[in-house]
Design a protein around this ligand. Structure first.
Ligand code: PGA
Ligand code: ZN
Length: 418
């Protein structure tokens, strides 16, 4: 048993060169736990608030000094003296102190930073790997398999410039290969894709998530053709070794109608659904995500119905790792898989509670990185392992992304050694 002795926060830089938070928790035993908080570029409107300074003289209003102050002067002192093992109580205390529905008073970023750092400190205190500590603490099932990689290969939308309307085209590992083999396969496919893009005269510059972001691509379907070809060229079988996932992030191109700029099309919900459904038989899909806007609740069940169990429909902006919204999605049959992002919920306990609703209903969880403001922190990987996520969704290159796959491979090594 160890009480929290000190909590200290600081501003750090996230992957997009703008600030985020890092929190250090020191226990009375001398053990230290540290965590960094990520945030998104195409965030859902109901996510826990990312508290920003709004001081336009610093980082164009995106500083986090206020959140740092809140941690150092309010949240830190409030949890100091509490047993670090009492994760749920600590999280609840911060949630109650904030008192708002979306953590707008103290910021989901501030609360989450403390929450993650406490969990990490206590895991060290108990000499357990973080995933194992989370399994014990939250009464989760023992590990039966590790999450597979779902790798962003081509990105557009808000994550890039002058490219596809849809935000992400991903390759998802299929079958029962080891993590090390799955990661190798994905990276070989990524290299094969580079050659295809070059051949097509497209740029191989990368976007927010380290995936290719070719500009002036002619339509939203071409990336899927390239991905199937890349899987084959790398020596794998589409639909057997690896399949395709899409995250449209459709809230970002909804303006009264769905505005597909590169194709000069403005579609209503029904037309967009038909546009997508033409693809179903053409490509080996593993999942679709946020194909409709987060405000288009009525259309989600229509799409889910049309997919007809062929692959899961993942809710991200629709449900924002929020138990209530996720329960609503299940009741309305709007989605049958959920994307999990710690900072959408704003605390470790709420994130895991939301996963439990998926686990109880036998739905996939897919634990995800964030677009614009990712950090080197790998908490999300341990979380994914602990809750038994089917996939981790992470970009293929850049330090803050590959760190996640390196952590997953390390966990596999650790488990195999036991
Ligand atoms: P974001 O993108 O982190 O920029 O929101 C990732 C996603 O939409 O899944
Ligand atoms: Zn998404």
């Amino acid at each position: 048993m160890a009480k929290i002795k000190k909590v200290k926060a600081r501003e750090i830089l996230a992957s997009g060169g703008e600030p985020s938070l890092q929190v250090t928790v020191t226990l009375e035993s001398g053990i230290i736990g540290e965590a960094s908080v990520s945030y998104g570029a195409s965030a859902g409107s109901k996510e826990a608030t990312v508290l920003l300074d709004k001081d336009l003289k610093r980082y164009n209003g995106k500083g986090m000094q206020m959140a740092v102050e809140i941690i150092n002067k309010i949240l830190g002192p409030a949890v100091t003296g509490l047993e670090a093992s009492e994760q749920q109580n600590i999280d609840q205390k911060m949630i109650d102190l904030d008192g708002t529905e979306n953590k707008s008073r103290f910021g989901g970023n501030a609360i989450l930073g403390v929450s993650m750092a406490v969990a990490r400190a206590q895991a060290y205190e108990e000499k357990l790997p973080l995933y194992k500590y989370l399994i014990n603490k939250f009464n989760l099932k023992e590990i039966s398999k590790l999450p597979k990689p779902m790798v962003v290969m081509i990105e557009g939308g808000k994550h890039a410039d002058q490219t596809t309307d849809l935000q992400e085209y991903l390759v998802s590992a299929m079958g029962n290969k080891s993590t090390v083999e799955n990661v190798r396969m994905e990276m070989e496919i990524y290299q094969a894709l580079k050659n295809i893009l070059k051949r097509e005269g497209l740029s191989i510059n990368v976007g927010n998530e380290g995936a290719f972001a070719p500009d002036h691509i002619k339509n939203n379907e071409l990336p899927m053709q390239y991905l199937v070809e890349a899987i084959k060229n790398a020596g794998y079988i589409p639909g057997v070794d690896a399949g395709i996932s899409i995250d449209a992030a459709a809230s970002e191109f909804f303006e009264n109608k769905y505005n597909l700029k590169i194709e000069n099309k403005k579609l209503n919900s029904e037309e967009l659904i038909n546009y997508y459904c033409n693809w179903i038989e053409k490509y080996p899909f593993v999942s679709w995500e946020d194909m409709l806007s987060e405000f288009d609740w009525d259309s989600w069940p229509v799409l889910l119905n049309k997919i007809n169990g062929k692959f899961p429909l993942i809710a991200d902006d629709l449900t924002v790792t929020n138990t209530k919204l996720w329960q609503k999605a299940i009741e309305l049959k709007a989605a049958n898989a959920i994307l999990i992002k710690l900072n959408q919920a704003g605390s470790v306990s709420e994130t895991i509670d939301c996963c439990k609703v998926a686990i109880d209903n036998n739905f996939w969880t897919i634990t995800s990185h964030r677009g614009g403001g990712e950090t080197n922190d790998t908490f999300m990987v341990d979380l994914a392992v602990a809750v038994g996520s089917e996939y981790i969704k992470v970009g293929p290159t850049r330090g803050e992304r590959v760190e996640k796959y390196n952590r997953l491979m390390r966990i596999e090594e650790e488990i195999n050694e036991k």
